[in-house]
Design a protein around this ligand. Sequence first.
Ligand SMILES: *Cc1c(COP(=O)(O)O)cnc(C)c1O
Length: 376
Amino acid sequence: MKATYQFLSLKEANAPMMAEIEEAANRVIRSGWYINGENVKEFENEFAQYNQVKYAIAVSNGYDALKLILRAYIELGCMAPGDEVIVPTNTYIASALAVSDNGLVPVFAEPDAETMNLDIAKIEQYVSDKTKAIMPVHLYGTPCWNKALKEMAENRNLKIIEDNAQAIGAQAAVAGINGTTITGSLGHASGISFYPTKNLGALGDAGAVTANDEELANAVRNLANYGADYRYHNIYCGHNCRMDEMQAAILRVKLKYIDDENVRRAGIAKIYDNEIHNPWVIKPQIFKHCKQVWYQYVLRVKNREAFRKYMYEKGIETDVLYPTPLHKQPCYSHNKDSRLPFSELLANEIVSLPISINIGQDDAKYISNIINQYNV
Ligand SMILES: *Cc1c(COP(=O)(O)O)cnc(C)c1O
């Protein structure tokens, strides 16, 4: 038993590869080439291959990745400011800000009780004449995908923009395809984050766009580099959203280990699933038809604040992702009268258990045992 079970220690998470990371970083420092060099190019190739897509564009962070996709679709004439994008209300704010920052309107939708992801069966009710896209977020590392989503998008000519920030390496079942298919290759385009806490985390900010559509990929690449299609020739009023060589070099090291890390996380999730038995606690579902990567292991508990205090007193840190549904955020206060009751209930019950590398299998058993003794 440890004195404290930290929710996340980035120091410990990076420790096993630190020598390799330092070597890669040192090579960049000594190279004299810091932006748009060999490492970014190679990382893009390696990441596109990992993610089973034709194109990966390395960018500054996950938020910019999503923003650039939507901006590219605007530039390509697929949508225009004022159009609507369906976004789950129970996600990180970046998913929705990427929409509103482009002058598009996020339409907030309820999650489903089993997956915690967008309730696909209910999506139709959010669709209007102005709807141009849906943004499934693979929340906590569980794929948000099914046949109904794909068919509805096809029938209504909607773009599917995956927010893959939490689900690198996850796999979904896809109708008509044997086996499973990796998230980030399912929709028309996908944004990913390499924020340090993510399963594949940089040592700073970084992100990527993945897509199979060449026109979209080119538009994103140009927009991320001041809108230039070649040097000093700007076809868009673009941005500077580049990933730097240092982060690309570090990510190339860490990409080699992401599948092992996802397997390790699944192992801890399985222990929690086997060991936690408490009538006041609802465990997340482990699905057979897809592969989850457990960015978070999220319980639902009665009297959450008391639960967190109880856990804290036992030395176990927990976290809440996310305490406020987006339709209730002050910046989206024009939605303040809207009711998405299930998301509001969930926001009061969810709590994440530690699942990072500092939690070993015995730790997970110990934590489960402590949870089993919790009484409302
Ligand atoms: C982390 C995250 C983002 C944003 O990524 P950044 O790299 O921090 O900009 C977007 N969406 C979701 C669901 C996230 O978890």
